[in-house]
Design a protein around this ligand. Sequence first.
Ligand code: NAD
Ligand code: MG
Length: 400
Amino acid sequence: MPHINSELHKIKRIAILGSTGSIGTQTLEVMDAHPSLFEVEVLTAANNVDLLIQQAIKYKPNVVVIQNEFHYSKLSLALSSLPIKVYAGDEALAQVVEMDSVDMVVMAIVGFAGLKPTLNAIDARKPIAIANKETFVVAGQLVTQKAKAAGVNLYPVDSEHSAIFQCLAGEFHNPLEKIILTASGGPFRGKNLDFLSNVTPAMALKHPNWSMGAKITIDSASLMNKGLEVIEAYWLFGLKVSQIQVLVHPQSIIHSMVQFADGSIKAQLGLPDMKLPIQYALSYPHRLPNSFLRMDFAAYSQLTFEEPDTETFQNLNLAFQALENGGNIPCILNAANEMAVDAFLKEKIRFTDMPHLIRYAMNQATPILKPSFEDLFETDLNTRLLISNVINNKSTIWKD
Ligand code: NAD
Ligand code: MG
């Protein structure tokens, strides 16, 4: 590949945190296509020990970590004949990113659990390809300030944020007027609250354009995903809240747009395929050739746009409200949402109960303006306790 400069020929040793998930497995696919550029150094999972074993046997990383210690003996037995170090537990998971042999971390863990390893990776000065949007929601200020102070680059993997990042290439000094975050609208676009109150997890798990992990798929159906992405964009790109617009674009071809001070708008387009933003985050500033399906404009005679229906899908405005309030309130939004999504998936609550639970948790908040990691940890825990109490006691106090 003579057109790619020599810097890229230095093999990058990658730690994939959450290698068994949707982003994790697609990261491995991207790396498979470029064996001279990327090498697997670390693989981790929470519970999917069988897939982690398969991945370890195939990629022969230096280290694997299983978060749930229950699976440790199975994992270490299965890999005992290989020169692979095997660890278990939250502490090992957070520490593994600090290894000297790690050149880049792919943060593909879902939820609050991604925060501690992300902070450790920043402290260890590792560049991060970051898919875990919850990190920005919970601790956007802490994470971006630390990264800036340490000179650590955070490369967005989320497709919308990758799109904005790509639109900003070469525009570093040019003032932004706003960004336009596109949203597919999810499987229930156009439906009313009556319909939504009866949807099942199976219905909500059928996303029209993307195949993703369960949590983000439910978030996409409830528009919370776009709310979390608003907060993610705010911190990643240093924006004002008024500079972030959400626009429903059901075809998911335009992945997001940037409008500059002169009114000019740049968009990044392509078929919905997470491998592209993953690859861009791994290879930035280079673009690598690949064999992903190409977009055929003639097959899309119409690209359409509409305002989000925030009366029916209340989560989007709750996220804007949390961002305006700041401090630990977005952490409360996130924890309440993680609990609500889990309860919905277990059929303990209805789809339409989710925003009520989240609003209830936000209203009960003890605000902390500049939360430390410890404050955020406590806020997350307290919010989880609050929500699990009202769900398990079948209390209706939160039904406003
Ligand atoms: P997933 O559920 O498919 O995978 C999550 C991974 O994290 C798995 O490997 C799992 O074992 C691990 N994990 C889960 N809980 C953990 C814990 N407590 N501690 C340690 N490891 C844990 O999720 P996903 O869809 O791949 O999403 C990962 C992240 O990327 C999420 O934050 C999501 O919002 C973001 N994201 C995903 C997509 C997508 O297309 N899937 C797109 C944009 C952003
Ligand atoms: Mg996204």
